[in-house]
Design a protein around this ligand. Structure first.
Ligand code: HPA
Length: 277
């Protein structure tokens, strides 16, 4: 699809049975989408089977540096999981439904809970680079919706409780157990790939956002459409544009993300056994 084109009908599906055959009898119910900084978590999955996206026909692939592209199935804290190490972003294709075949494949494999992670810019002085924010709600500021073109009535997906309350409670309890700070907040989706302007960051703050980023929201919408429970968290890599005077960069995102990523990995490992999938 060309850049800027509206989301169209769903792209070609992934062959779920072919993928299942490669999982060696595993039947996980929890999947994690690992954004910037969470790569190390994929490495700590035990008894892992790693399948590069390139080996899964029709699986969406990202070409963003700092994001690998493989599906990792195994155990984390004793819990069967699938981790997607790397995801395709709206800004790579102009298609906000680009992750749909991946999420449909997860659903087909029996996944019930989707854990989404990302890197984000903070809009609040108290939310510092290196901190982690639990997403309690979002604002789809890009205006794009991945369900545009979906013909079924299921497209009218309710988003009142998009981020599951029980799963969020499990994350907050895990953060307390681990003695790490975890603030809840609202994530605002800008399309990217350019960063926001200082004026846009002021608007985001006025509209009630706590963090800004370039992913996650389309996946949350698609996941809720598919009936998956969602829990999501942001690793803060910087203050929003104009808040400090410093220019923003992808290098900074990649350099800072692993710090908060390690904290988020600790919280997730501690929370996973409490996730009711
Ligand atoms: N804006 C958007 N996306 C981001 C940012 C930001 O400031 N930091 C990391 N990802």
């Amino acid at each position: 699809m060309t850049a800027g084109a509206p989301s169209g009908p769903a792209p070609e599906p992934v062959d779920v049975e072919a993928l299942r055959a490669r999982l060696g009898g595993r039947s996980p119910r929890i999947a994690l989408v690992l954004g910037s900084g969470l790569g190390a978590l994929a490495a700590s999955i035990e008894d892992a089977i790693r399948i590069p996206y390139a080996e899964i026909p029709n699986f969406p692939q990202s070409a963003v540096t700092g994001h690998s592209g493989e599906l990792v199935a195994g155990r984390l804290s004793g819990v069967e999981v699938i981790a997607l190490s790397g995801r395709v972003h709206y800004y790579e294709t102009g298609d906000s439904a680009a992750m749909r075949p991946a999420l449909e494949a997860l659903k087909g494999l029996g996944i019930r809970v989707l854990v989404l992670t990302n890197a984000a810019g903070s809009l609040k002085p108290e939310l510092r680079p290196g901190d982690v924010m639990l997403i309690e709600d979002h604002i789809a500021f890009s205006g794009r919706n991945p369900l545009i073109g979906e013909p079924s009535d299921a497209r009218f997906t309710g988003m009142t409780a998009a981020y599951d309350e029980d799963l969020r409670a499990a994350m907050l309890a895990a953060a307390e157990t681990e003695d790490v700070k975890l603030r809840s907040g609202v994530y605002m989706w800008f399309s990217g790939p350019s960063f926001e302007t200082p004026a846009e960051v002021r608007v985001a703050r006025l509209l009630g956002a706590d963090a800004v980023g370039m992913s996650t929201v389309p996946e949350t919408i698609l996941a809720r459409f598919l009936g998956l429970k969602v829990v999501a968290a942001s690793v803060v890599t910087n203050y929003g544009a104009g808040m400090t005077g410093a220019e923003l960069s992808h290098e900074e995102t990649k350099a800072v993300a692993p710090t908060g990523g390690a904290t988020l990995a600790r919280i997730l490992k501690s929370a996973l056994p409490a996730f009711r999938a």
